[in-house]
Write a new protein. Structure first.
Length: 186
């Protein structure tokens, strides 16, 4: 009789949960029904490269939070990335981007800041937030530990993991005896 060991089965289940998280992000409501959300799953050596990049950023910026989040990333089975094409105009002329009209926003020079490219359309950023919420809801429903992490997105952007994204946020996922994202030290 074949036996599937716990760790092997759990890793497969986490990757399946991550795939379902991508579906949740994709089907989340979008402003005007326009989908500018981009997603990916990073695991294995690529996930460890993401953690290494976070450690480099920690050293460069002298920010311990990057080192702490890098450890969480390294200890996770996978990372879900959610990004947006946020430099695209929506056409509402709301001004939240800092420009009076979408045409002025569209004509503005898009440039990289320390972590992301801007300016960004607030409606695209809100779409990313809804997609993130939908994805973590799916993980939670499947009892997969997770945590939304800005710093993972910073490293993913530096590594060009979602090249069309102006903003990327990461969600490490894991299944251990106790959530590795709960008792975190500064």
């Amino acid at each position: 009789m074949p036996i599937i060991k716990s760790k092997e089965s759990e890793n497969e289940a986490i990757l399946q949960a991550a795939r379902l998280m991508l579906v949740s992000a994709r089907t989340a409501p979008k402003s005007g029904g326009v989908d500018d959300v981009l997603t990916a799953i990073v695991f294995g050596e690529e996930k460890d490269s993401l953690a290494e990049e976070m450690e480099k950023i920690a050293e460069e910026r002298k920010i311990e939070g990057f080192k702490r989040d890098a450890k969480n990333t390294r200890d996770s089975e996978a990372v879900v990335l959610i990004g947006i094409r946020g430099t695209k105009k929506f056409g509402l002329n709301c001004g939240a981007c800092g420009y009076p009209t979408c045409e002025e926003f569209d004509a503005a020079t898009k440039k990289a800041g320390q972590d992301f490219v801007g300016p960004n359309c607030i409606l695209k950023v809100l779409d990313a937030g809804v997609a993130l919420g939908s994805a973590v809801k799916t993980a939670s429903s499947l009892n997969v530990d997770n945590r939304i992490m800005y710093r993972v997105g910073t490293a993913a952007r530096r590594l060009n993991l979602l090249p069309e994204s102006s903003v990327i946020i990461g969600i490490p996922v894991s299944a251990k005896g106790k959530s590795i994202y709960f008792d975190r030290q500064k």
